[in-house]
Ligand binder design. Structure first.
Ligand code: PEP
Length: 253
């Protein structure tokens, strides 16, 4: 039985005050659900990790980073190491979010190094995959997601891959208000689970949690989560409003 996992990606939003208030309201709204019925995480901007981490430290809402660097320390100006993220209380790290792939230009090879580094540093990576609109129109979704999965997880042993959550986020649905239909999402989630069976084994495929992301809102979360292979949600915009995020968590319980 896969426990639902809902994560909020705050992207480059909030400030120190509003970030702390947001997480406090989420904790209060979730009550006993967080950590018991649903795993919940928030991913604030790097600079607010410590303050938000302090605000959630006595709750069961976990802290996640929006990105990570693969080196342990040294002359990498502007980057943040796995040990630094651990030090401020992170449990999770997003790897290969579509905005990092398509706005910043991260490659599958770089993302793979980040996934390895996160695991080595004791963090749980959330590997994001998903096709562009043109790729979907050209019927390339399977090809793109297969490539991102194989390259993103390259070199991971079965023991290590059990630390990974996959987030399927069709790029055309992120921040656009266009959500994949539950059927479209389920189709790709089933493909991802099948890929995990081929690359690893059936047990790992049945245990891996696969989140959907892309304009998830309070009113579509329940229907999406009703799909067989959807185990959670990666939520951007709607995670910035405590009431909406709590409704999404409750709909997933
Ligand atoms: C995201 O940031 O991963 C995301 C899915 O954003 P939104 O929910 O705003 O589409």
């Amino acid at each position: 039985m896969r426990k639902p996992f809902i994560a909020g990606n705050w992207k480059m939003n909030t400030d120190s005050h509003s970030g702390v208030k947001l997480v406090q309201d989420i904790i209060a709204g979730c009550g006993e659900i967080a950590g018991n019925k649903v795993d919940v995480a928030v991913c604030p901007p790097f600079v607010y990790l410590q303050q938000v981490g302090k605000a959630l430290s006595s709750s069961r809402v976990a802290l996640g980073a929006q990105d990570i660097y693969f080196e342990q320390k040294g002359a990498f100006t502007g980057e943040i190491s796995p040990a630094m993220l651990k030090d401020v209380g992170c449990t999770y790290a997003l790897c290969g979010h579509s905005e990092r792939r398509h706005v910043i230009g991260e490659t599958d090879e770089l993302i793979n190094k980040k996934v390895h580094a996160a695991i080595l540093g004791g963090l749980l990576p959330i590997l994001c995959v998903g096709e562009l609109l043109e790729e979907r129109k050209q019927n390339k979704t399977t090809e793109v997601v297969t490539r991102q999965m194989k390259k993103g997880l390259a070199g991971l042993t079965p023991e290590k891959v059990s630390a990974v959550t996959i987030a399927y986020e069709p790029v055309w649905a992120i921040g656009t208000g266009l959500t994949a239909t539950p059927q479209q999402a389920q189709e790709v989630h089933a493909l991802i689970r099948e890929l995990m069976a081929q690359m690893y084994n059936k047990k790992i495929a049945s245990e891996v949690r696969i989140q959907y992301g892309g304009s998830v809102k309070a009113d579509n979360a329940g229907e999406l989560m009703g799909q067989e292979d959807l185990d959670g949600l990666l939520v951007g915009g709607a995670s910035l409003k405590a009431d909406d995020f709590v409704t999404i968590i409750k709909a997933s319980a």
